[in-house]
Write a protein that binds this ligand. Structure first.
Ligand SMILES: *Cc1c(COP(=O)(O)O)cnc(C)c1O
Length: 385
């Protein structure tokens, strides 16, 4: 485990600041220029052109994100999906094979089932909590193993140390989408993950006003992803870099509050007669709770639960809530609720959906930073009125 030089509370504010401060500005200016004077650069990736992710806004963010994840290097991208696809396409080329967690983020699942096969990359899904089953799925051309820190919408925590161990044993690149955990709760590089992805749209920015992604990890790999991203063009514009840098400053404050509020809500719902099941990594019955308890500093702000009475009851509940907004996405300062069966899984056949545990009455909640007592009161009245 690498020694963290600065606590995350300090790093979110200061890590990566370019010194001396540009024009003495305490908050770095936005570099709107798309081109820079030529000063003898010899590599393509070093040219002064904003698509190449080399503006001072990019460099500040890259250093800050690497510090937060306690990793060697970082790179931002135009979206979480740009980060994930560019990362996977750096690890896998035509003829290669990838092992992937069986219930990844919907967009990632679509890449695995639709886009990667068209490019000649085969994907086999694995049960993240059954490492003994992985070896039978390994092939001579397997290049990577891809998991998520907390899976959506059932909030299962895969056997993360087993994934790193398996990758090392078989010469694979270990990859993880750590959007749900955030570097406040878990830093995958500290247990040996090679590449870490984030939808920075969610917790890292935290204010629901931009789309961005990040790739973090071993320098040599991040540099390869950077080169590929420069070719594919999925850069983040400097304006969004600046907004993201601002959002990150409150990451630790926000996520700790969200950890506390989500745990309180999960515990309240667990004891409520109208709730059939609660999925939250902080509850002892949750799949992967022991893993989360051992590796995480907090259980996160995401939970899901099944209301007695199925789809109609879940719709009534959502309709009666006054604080959480019924909307997709997650990780912002505002609480959100959504029914996964009619959103991310709308196109999955009902039988397949239910086999995955995504029932018509399942409600997913992203807990915001509102007053926790008022949130609980609102949830209680929506369940009981
Ligand atoms: C939202 C999300 C993504 C995709 O990120 P975008 O920024 O929307 O492209 C990937 N993984 C997870 C876990 C997400 O929640």
């Amino acid at each position: 485990m690498k020694h963290r030089r600065q606590s995350i509370d300090t790093a979110v504010i200061h890590a990566g600041q370019i010194r001396p401060r540009i024009g003495r500005a305490v908050v770095p200016p936005i570099f709107r220029t798309s081109i820079y004077e030529y000063t003898g650069e010899t590599s393509y990736d070093g040219q002064g052109y904003s698509r190449l992710n080399t503006t001072p806004n990019h460099r500040t963010l890259h250093a800050r994100l690497a510090a937060l994840e306690n990793a060697e290097a970082a790179l931002v991208a135009g979206s979480g999906m740009a980060a994930i696809t560019t990362g996977i396409l750096t690890v896998c080329k035509s003829g290669d094979h990838l092992l992937m967690l069986d219930s990844p983020y919907g967009g990632t699942r679509a890449i695995a089932t639709d886009d990667l096969p068209r490019l000649g990359v085969e994907v086999t899904f694995i049960d993240g909590n059954d490492p003994a089953s992985w070896l039978a799925r390994l092939r001579p051309n397997t290049k990577g193993i891809y998991v998520e820190s907390i899976s959506n919408p059932l909030m299962k925590v895969p056997d993360l140390e087993a994934a790193v161990g398996f990758a090392r044993q078989h010469g694979l690149v270990s990859m993880i989408d750590s959007t749900f955990a955030t570097p406040v709760n878990f830093r995958p590089a500290e247990i040996g993950f090679d590449l870490i992805f984030h939808s920075a749209t969610k917790y890292l920015n935290g204010h629901t006003d931009l789309i961005a992604g990040a790739i973090i990890g071993r320098r040599e790999l991040v540099e390869k992803v950077h080169h590929r991203l420069n070719h594919l063009g999925g850069m983040l514009d400097p304006e969004s870099c600046s907004l993201l840098e601002r959002g990150i400053k409150t990451l630790a404050l926000r996520v700790r509050r969200q950890n506390e509020s989500a745990l309180k809500i999960a515990q309240f719902l667990s004891g409520h007669p109208r709730i059939e099941r609660v999925n939250y990594p902080g509850l002892p019955h949750n799949i992967g709770h022991a893993i989360a308890a051992a590796l995480f500093d907090g259980f996160g702000g995401m939970l899901s639960f099944e209301i007695a009475g199925g789809h109609a009851a879940a719709l009534r509940f959502i309709g009666r809530l006054t604080i959480p907004v019924n909307a997709v996405s997650l990780g912002g300062v505002e609480s959100l609720v959504i029914l996964p069966a009619v959103t991310a899984y709308a196109s999955t056949p009902k039988a397949e959906r239910e086999a995955l545990g995504i029932t018509d009455g399942l409600v997913r909640m992203s807990v915001g930073i509102e007053d926790p007592a008022e949130l609980l009161d609102d949830i209680r009245q929506a369940l009981e009125s």
